[in-house]
Design a protein around this ligand. Sequence first.
Ligand SMILES: [Zn+2]
Length: 202
Amino acid sequence: MSKSYPPILKKLIESFSLLPGIGEKSATRFCMFLLSKPELCEVLGDLIKELPYKIKLCKFCRNFSEKEICFICNDESRDSSLLCIVENPVNLSYIEETGVYQGYYFVLHYLLSPKDGIGPKDLGLDHLIFLIKTRKIKEIIIALSPTLSGETTTAYILEVLKPHPVRITKIACGIPLGMEIQFVDPLTLKRALFGREILKEK
Ligand SMILES: [Zn+2]
C-alpha cells in the first residue's frame, strides 16, 4: 500500500480489504469514492456500527431479524405443515423470491465441515426437533446446495430425524452437482422446489 496515504486512510483500505472478494485495489477505490461523499460516510458509519446489535436470530427459524420473531414466522397465513431447511439467510431470500414456497423455514447457518471445525452442534438441530415436536409439520424440505458439505449435512439431518414422524424431501431436480443455491437461476430453483425427491416417508 502507498506510504503516501494518511494513517486513517490506510486503516480503512486495510479494513475494506478484509471483506470477501475485495482486494486492495477495490478497497482503495471505495475509500477514494467515500472521500467525495461525506453524507454516505455518515450513513454507512452509523449502519455498520448498529448492525451487530440490531440483527438477531429469529427464535423460531434462526433467520436474521430485528425482532424476536421474524416477519415470516409471524405470518400466520403460511402453510405450517411445511418446513424448509436452508443453509443461510441469503439462500432463504432466494427461495422467497421464487414466490412458490409458502411454508416456514429453518436456517442452519453452517454446513458440516470437519476441516473448518464445523460439527453437528453448530447446526442447531435440537431446536429443529423442538419445532417438529411442537408444530404440526408434515414435511421437511431440505434445500441445501448439492456440494460435498451440503450432501454430508443432508445425510446427517436425515439420520437425526429418523425417529420423528415427518416426511423428508430434498430439492434436487435441475441443480447441478457442486453448485451453490445462490448461483442457481430462479426458474431452475422454482422447478427444484416443485420436483422434490423423497428421502424418507413418515
Ligand atoms: Zn423466523
